[in-house]
Design a protein around this ligand. Structure first.
Ligand SMILES: Nc1ncnc2c1ncn2[C@@H]1O[C@H](COP(=O)(O)OP(=O)(O)OP(=O)(O)O)[C@@H](O)[C@H]1O
Ligand SMILES: [Mg+2]
Length: 361
């Protein structure tokens, strides 16, 4: 059997220009190397899975390549990597600082990558600080962390700081498209959007969800399957509920809700999601707010169509009904009923004539 390599590893960028969404960092680093203006201590911070370790490794390799201390097969002699998550004691740091003193045998620089640097113990931090205060001319430190606020100010002030960003949904989606094509995976574009949305800015998370779905769907990722695996109620369900509300079909809407609950979805999440759906319909009514909807293009089109069946005032009322149920859900003795009442109200919205304010029936 062929060894399966997870996409996050298989597609770790080897060059700055294939790093997604961090050009404010990679361009600066590229220039700094070209002009030999690199600081001796750099700190890469930002959320998880956005390319910090990847960029630290690329940078280290580039520095080595420039000063000629890379062998022909690309092996770099002068790069040392310490994972502070598992080597966080004073002794670990002492081992490292002892090494730092010696000049490299080949080339000009020794590069030390200290990953997850916020995990160092206080004593280790302090031991490291001495080296960082007066590093030998041949030493370059690249520190990486997700928790900048845990780094003591004395270290922060000695580092050139690079802030990595969360990757946008569009950038993640585009990256997934490329990988899907390389891997021969069929996909619905809106499914990739959903994955990207769920990854919440972390490309690594997006890739691991993608792998999971690739296996689960046998290389045919549809929106419905993605929603199922991610345990998200897919947009079609909300579209259907809203159509039933528009038709004033109370039995239909209650049955549809029952089906959703039977599938194991949390009614509280459902009513919150329905509120968001009505909000999206509101946004879809106007070209200037269309961009505020975070869904794929096909889905956006469906939202646009559906929004035409509702007046702005009806949508506002619908959002309020959902919001009310959402707020009351936790305090209700019968939360399911809270949602059902909301659904019945929604299914009555378009029935009431605008001049008939009677709340009866
Ligand atoms: N900006 C990016 N461009 C391309 N691929 C990326 C990017 N960020 C993350 N990845 C993918 O995710 C994997 C993990 O990225 P990396 O280890 O660099 O993240 P990190 O920021 O160091 O995360 P952590 O804080 O969890 O250590 C990479 O191997 C790569 O496949
Ligand atoms: Mg990392």
């Amino acid at each position: 059997m062929e060894n399966f390599i997870v996409s996050a590893r298989k597609y770790r960028p080897q060059e700055f220009d294939t790093v997604v969404g961090q050009s404010h960092v990679t361009d600066t680093l590229e220039h700094a190397i070209e002009n030999s203006q690199l600081a001796q201590a750099l700190l890469f911070c930002g959320p998880r899975g956005v390319g910090k370790t990847t960029c630290a490794r690329i940078l280290a390799r580039k520095i080595n390549e420039k000063d000629g201390s890379t062998s022909e097969d690309g092996f770099a002699y002068n790069i040392f990597e310490l994972d502070a998550a598992s080597n966080n004691s004073v002794d670990d740091i002492r081992d490292l600082t002892d090494q730092v003193r010696f000049a490299p045998q080949v080339g000009k620089y020794k590069i030390y990558i200290i990953d997850e640097v916020h995990m160092l113990s206080t004593a280790a931090f302090n031991a490291f600080l001495k080296t960082l205060e007066e590093p030998p001319a041949h030493a370059i430190f690249i520190l990486a962390t997700t928790e900048k606020h845990k780094i003591i100010p004395t270290i922060l002030s000695r580092c050139q700081i690079y802030d990595f960003k969360r990757i946008t949904i569009e950038d993640i989606q585009e990256h997934l498209r490329k990988i899907a094509e390389k891997e021969g995976v069929n996909y619905e574009d809106d499914a990739l959007f959903l994955i990207a949305q769920k990854a919440d800015g972390a490309l690594r998370d997006a890739l691991s969800i993608f792998d999971r779905l690739t296996t689960f769907t046998q290389k045919n990722i549809t929106l419905a399957k993605a929603a199922e695996v991610l345990n998200i109620l897919d947009y079609d369900q909300y579209l259907k509920i809203v159509d039933l509300a528009k038709e004033n079909n109370i039995p239909g809407i209650l049955t549809a809700f029952n089906d959703i609950v039977k599938k194991g979805f949390d009614p509280h999440l459902f009513i919150g999601g329905l509120g968001s759906h009505f909000r999206d319909l509101m946004m879809a009514q106007n070209a200037s707010t269309l961009a505020l909807i975070e869904v794929g293009e096909n889905t956006k089109q469906k939202f646009s169509e559906q929004s035409k069946n509702w007046s702005a005032q009806q949508l506002i009322d619908a959002i309020e009904i959902c919001n009310h149920a959402d707020i009351n859900y936790k305090n209700s003795k019968n939360p399911r009923l809270t949602v059902e009442i909301a659904l019945m109200q929604l299914a009555s919205l378009t029935a009431a004539k605008s001049d008939d304010k009677k709340k009866s029936s």
